[in-house]
Ligand binder design. Sequence first.
Ligand SMILES: [Zn+2]
Length: 353
Amino acid sequence: MEVGEGVSQGGRKPRLLRINNQLGYIAGIDIGATSLDIALADVTGLIVQRCSEVTDVKLRPESVFGRCSELLLEILQKQGATPDQVLGIGVGVPGPVDFARGVLVAPPLMPEWENFPIRDFFKKTFLSAFVVVDNDVNIMALGEQRAGDGMSIDHFIFVKIGTGIGAGIISNGKIHRGSDGSAGDIGHICVDKNGPLCACGNKGCLEAMSAGPAIASRAMDAIRNGASPTLRLMRESNGGVIRPEDVNAACREGDQAALDIIRASGQMVGDVLASLVNFFNPSHIFIGGGIANFGNHLLVAIRRAVLHRSLPLATTHLSIKYSSMGSDAGVTGAIALALDYLFAMEHDLHSVL
Ligand SMILES: [Zn+2]
């Protein structure tokens, strides 16, 4: 739409245009293993409504995606908008996504979701929308690139540490998905061949050794062998349960066993990242996900392991820090992905979707 006249460069004054933000809405849906975030944006990418709630990906896909639809309808109503005004929906899911088909392939955390027709499911309610599906960490990397500290950085890795571990790779300014969409699935790199069984069926994957459930399980060991009175008290007041965030809280209170658990986790993540740094030479690594508010101890352990094991040329300018976007990274990236396809529609949308 026209928004007035610009300054003349010698001839007639140019007319200024901007995208009409009344065109419709874009939705971003970020499904994690235990939480879901939904945001509604106008076509300039400005978020106008959002909501979050806990979920469990062990539920059936109809149930989780059905809830996403309900929540999206609710925030549309709050905005005074209707389902037919949704032009695009970007969806991030916590597992390997065949990007061209928009389906999950052998997702370790939720095997029942394999090949579930995510696009068709949303199109039933949001008839005018096209739906694009990607891995949750890829959309977080995209969010970091569009609105976070990753803006204008061409080579970086976004690492999500939560219930699982994964990485989104920005290479030459673009998301690198690999030939089948599974690039960045670093959670299943083997750290210890004799380690605990992972959800993927292999032993000693990085994820099984150092993500949230592994941190909680080590804390239970520390309680059983009497190494951590602080964690024992926390468990009692939690009704017998220990969560990863309790380990972080105990660490902040000066509990040595909790500190050791967090350091060990950080070191394993850092050891794997060191190999990735040698292989890919990013200028930045951003750490996000549910463990991203774990403070300095985790970050220092990750940095130390990376600096110790990577080649000097690869680490001279390397920055490793927490993402500053919090839970906004995923929805921001999902919206950016949907917008990219909305405006690419004429050129190559049909070749991709
Ligand atoms: Zn695994």
